[in-house]
Design a protein around this ligand. Structure first.
Ligand SMILES: NC(=O)c1ccc[n+]([C@@H]2O[C@H](COP(=O)([O-])OP(=O)(O)OC[C@H]3O[C@@H](n4cnc5c(N)ncnc54)[C@H](OP(=O)(O)O)[C@@H]3O)[C@@H](O)[C@H]2O)c1
Length: 341
């Protein structure tokens, strides 16, 4: 066999070294990412909310605060010493929770009954009026709407898709816009060292989700919105965080029983507040976090294997959703028949 010219030999050896170096770098980055996840979620001490004005008279505004995840945000922020403004449609539910919070956590509360699907100047004017004189330091953009069940776009009722886009996007953007000057004022007055805006996102926005296409798109919008805003507001010392959740046991998910992958709102919010500002499983994205440990694991594994934009994952979701939809329809038909008897 003829000997390889020494130039080719050197080139091959060089390429081999370069490929090995790239491989080592990639594997090191993945190991570093996983170690960061562990350090973030389990080893660092819980975030101290005094920097956001807790126990210094500052206020947090929470939308969708009468139930589920929003109610827990209200309770757990109050337990850290923030006064809370609770926003949702139902005055009676809000008042009940406000009374419980005041007596349990000795903070002040304010309730605002408002329908966030009414995208009118009057709605925003009334919300602004309700909070304008308060030293607001935290905004939790939690209110969200999903589809009634798995549905193809062409079958989605217009009012359902309009509500989703209005509540999840238009309302969130305008609520944020009207609150920024108030948070800025609180930070400038030194009542809080930092401000905080939390957008509650979803794995449906992380992974393209067929049969929930409008909800999925509305939550994906929050990714770029939150990251862009986080850079815009850095100079004002206002932190912006997109929180990614898989399932949580609430009315929206219609899941009642909690499990390793599906926490109660209480556990989900506890992990979120504990780890605020840390990436958890979303190591590849700034201003973004999947803070609940089992959700962080799913996020991390997906990122580092097939990728969240994998067509295979989206196709499998489509297949599963198709089955879920058929089961749901059968259940609804049975309920209808039972009622008719
Ligand atoms: N649960 C999950 O598995 C899950 C997963 C990923 C992301 N998320 C996100 O988490 C957030 C909270 O969801 P959740 O599961 O806690 O929902 P939820 O239990 O259904 O609670 C929704 C809250 O929003 C209020 N609300 C609903 N429509 C409203 C409207 N038009 N105007 C004002 N308030 C309204 C409700 O109170 P009223 O009825 O009194 O108005 C209630 O307080 C949403 O952004 C959702 O997309 C949830």
């Amino acid at each position: 066999m003829p000997a390889l010219p020494s130039f080719n030999c050197k080139l091959l050896t060089g390429l081999l070294y370069a490929a090995t170096a790239v491989g080592v770098l990639k594997i090191s980055a993945k190991i570093y990412g996983f170690l960061s996840l562990i350090v973030n979620l389990f080893l660092l001490p819980p975030v101290d909310y005094s920097k956001f004005g807790a126990k210094k008279g500052a206020w947090a505004v929470i939308t969708g605060a009468s139930e589920g995840i929003g109610q827990e945000f209200a309770k757990q922020l109050a337990s850290r010493g923030l006064n809370v403004v609770l926003v949702s449609r139902t005055q009676a539910k809000l008042e009940e929770i406000a009374t419980e919070i005041e007596s349990k956590y000795k903070v002040q509360t304010r309730v605002v009954a408002a329908d966030c699907s009414k995208n009118t100047p009057e709605l925003y004017a009334s919300l602004y009026k309700a909070i304008e004189e308060l030293p607001v330091s935290v905004l939790i953009n939690n209110v969200g709407r999903s589809h009634a069940g798995p549905v193809l776009l062409e079958e989605t009722p217009d009012d359902e898709l309009e509500n989703i886009l209005t509540i999840n996007n238009a309302f969130l953007v305008k609520m944020t816009k009207l609150t920024i000057p108030l948070i800025d004022r609180t930070v400038k007055s030194k009542q809080a060292a930092k401000g905080l805006i939390v957008n509650v996102g979803s794995f449906a926005g992380l992974f393209p989700t067929p049969y929930l296409a409008v909800y999925s798109g509305s939550k994906a919008f929050l990714q770029n919105f939150s990251q862009a805003l986080s850079i815009e507001l850095k100079e004002k010392n206002i932190e912006v965080e997109l929180i990614l959740a898989y399932f949580v046991t609430t009315a929206l998910s219609a899941i009642r029983r909690s499990s390793f992958f599906i926490p109660t709102p209480k556990k989900f919010v506890a992990a979120t507040l504990r780890n605020m500002g840390r990436r958890g499983g979303a190591q590849d994205r700034f201003a973004t976090s999947s803070p609940y440990p089992s959700h962080a694991l799913i996020n991390y594994v997906a990122n580092n294997t097939l990728g969240v934009f994998s067509e295979w994952i989206a196709q499998s979701t489509y297949n599963n959703m198709k089955i879920t939809k058929a089961k749901r329809l059968r259940k609804l038909q049975k309920q209808k028949a039972a009622k008719a008897e």
